[in-house]
Design a protein around this ligand. Structure first.
Ligand SMILES: *Cc1c(COP(=O)(O)O)cnc(C)c1O
Length: 469
């Protein structure tokens, strides 16, 4: 690598033209990449072909194989897309390439202060009290893992053990029990990572025919756990705002009251829909959010900043520090906000910058508009599905997710999976499959800032064509 390389200067104008051309064509690009086998074999070149050749090879043989997940009709998983301000912030984050690890004083860079400010702006956007503090993460899974690490520390402290210091073995036979209803798989992944084990995640009963955790049943389960203190060190309750297939949000107040009464930690996994709180139209679904001990948010979903970016907020700074503090003399004393003592990571990118750019550029109103517009689209798609001869809606549309399947006269000949493959192969729209009540289903999650009413006709045409094919 030539230390005097001018490659950036030479290629940036080409890059800019290329990115802008793609931007202009985005709405007409296929939602999924083509599946042609790679023309290159992944062999490491001994000498290297140079930046220009690598860029040309990317354009010729990688770009078309990538999805248009940042476009307006990629409804799989829960996928946002970089808003213009966030996109520019992300480019700047790379250009300035800060390591947001230590406190600003010891790094000679204000980057950590910017991250602290951004966490505060998110707290305000969500109307949370000042006692919440937090940190940016790589996403929902990291936030859930971090939150459960703090919960583990807090539960341990109440059981007389400093888990950060002495480990889970200091609890002896006592386990930490986690209760969730339709909890995202990242919760069991987190309990696995944290040494609690996947088996500690218990399914709390659902209220009636909803997807919601039943506060009365939870109360019973927590009371039962308390009768065996020699086996249960303490409990953590995980609820969702909202559930990934439906966006349904557990009602927080009733569950928070039970957690308080029984001394359980309440974690709210808001990776999917936390941002609903920023919209006056939808905020009521998250009433009681301020009662959570910890909260996960996923900024690369509805917040529309680029991957990878999540946020974790908690109102237990002591347990947070006890669980995460990493000290080493060369890192300096810790006078202020020091990501290294709050994060699962050590070195970290400046992921606060795209968020800061977007929060600054669009404000509270801009974020509420993304929520409202995508929810209106989901409601319209849901109404279309409900009226359609081919498809049936499986849940009333809550927020931005539509859950449906192909109507089957004979369950043994369910065409949902095959039809979904055809929908996705059309390139017009992309959705992901799921299983609902034991049968295949399709979910469309609308989370991209670009999606507008103009896309509805294209989507419904693709659904009709696939069902009739
Ligand atoms: C997406 C999601 C996660 C995982 O987030 P990642 O950013 O993919 O790690 C966790 N919980 C819920 C409810 C989610 O929707």
């Amino acid at each position: 690598m030539d230390p005097h390389s001018k490659d950036l200067t030479a290629i940036w104008p080409q890059l800019s033209a290329y990115v802008l051309d793609r931007e202009a064509a985005l709405a007409s690009l296929p939602a999924i990449g083509n599946a042609d086998p790679s023309p290159f074999n992944g062999e490491l070149p001994a000498k290297g072909t140079g930046t220009q050749a690598a860029f040309d090879l990317f354009k010729a043989s990688i770009a078309s194989r990538l999805s248009t997940s940042c476009g307006p009709r990629y409804f799989g998983f829960i996928t946002g897309g970089a808003s213009p301000a966030a996109h520019i912030g992300d480019v700047l984050a790379t250009s300035f390439d800060q390591n947001v690890m230590t406190a600003s004083e010891s790094a000679g860079s204000a980057a950590a202060d910017i991250e602290e400010a951004v966490v505060g702006m998110i707290r305000d956007l969500l109307d949370l009290p000042k006692e919440y503090s937090g940190i940016l993460t790589a996403g929902g899974t990291s936030s859930n893992t971090l939150a459960l690490a703090i919960a583990r520390q807090w539960v341990g402290r109440r059981a007389g053990v400093d888990i950060g210091e002495d480990g889970l073995q200091a609890l002896g036979a006592r386990r930490i029990r986690v209760f969730g209803t339709m909890a995202h798989q990242s919760i069991s992944k987190a309990t696995s990572t944290l040494g609690l084990g996947r088996s500690v995640v218990h399914v709390a009963p659902i209220a009636g025919s909803t997807t919601h955790m039943d506060p009365m049943a939870l109360d019973k389960a927590l009371a039962a756990a308390a009768t065996t203190p020699e086996l249960v060190a303490g409990c953590v309750v995980v609820i969702q705002s909202g559930e990934v297939n439906t966006s349904n949000c557990d009602s927080i107040n009733g569950i928070a009251a039970v957690c308080k009464r029984r001394g359980a930690w309440l974690h709210i996994d808001g990776a999917a829909n936390l941002l609903a709180r920023a919209s006056p139209t939808h905020a009521a679904l998250l009433d009681g959010l301020e009662l959570a001990d910890s909260i996960t948010g996923d900024c690369h979903k509805w917040f529309n900043v680029p991957y990878d970016c999540g946020v974790m907020l908690s109102r237990h700074p002591d347990a947070h520090a006890a669980a995460m503090t990493a000290t080493a003399p060369y890192l300096g004393a810790v006078p202020s906000f020091a990501p290294i003592n709050l994060s699962l990571d050590n070195s970290r990118r400046f992921r606060a910058l795209p968020l800061w750019m977007a929060l600054q550029a669009y404000g509270r109103k801009g974020f509420a508009e993304i929520v409202d517009r995508t929810c209106r689209f989901a409601a319209a798609l849901g109404a279309w599905v409900d009226a359609s001869a081919n498809y049936e809606l499986l849940q009333p549309v809550c927020l931005n997710t539509v859950l449906f399947r192909v109507i089957a006269v004979d369950v043994a000949q369910d065409r949902t999976k095959a039809v979904l493959s055809r929908v996705n192969a059309s390139g017009k729209v992309f959705m992901t499959g799921t299983v609902w009540a034991g049968r295949p289903a399709i979910r469309a999650a609308i989370a991209n800032w670009r999606t507008t009413e103009d896309d509805l006709q294209i989507v419904t045409d693709a659904l009709v064509a696939a069902a009739n094919q």
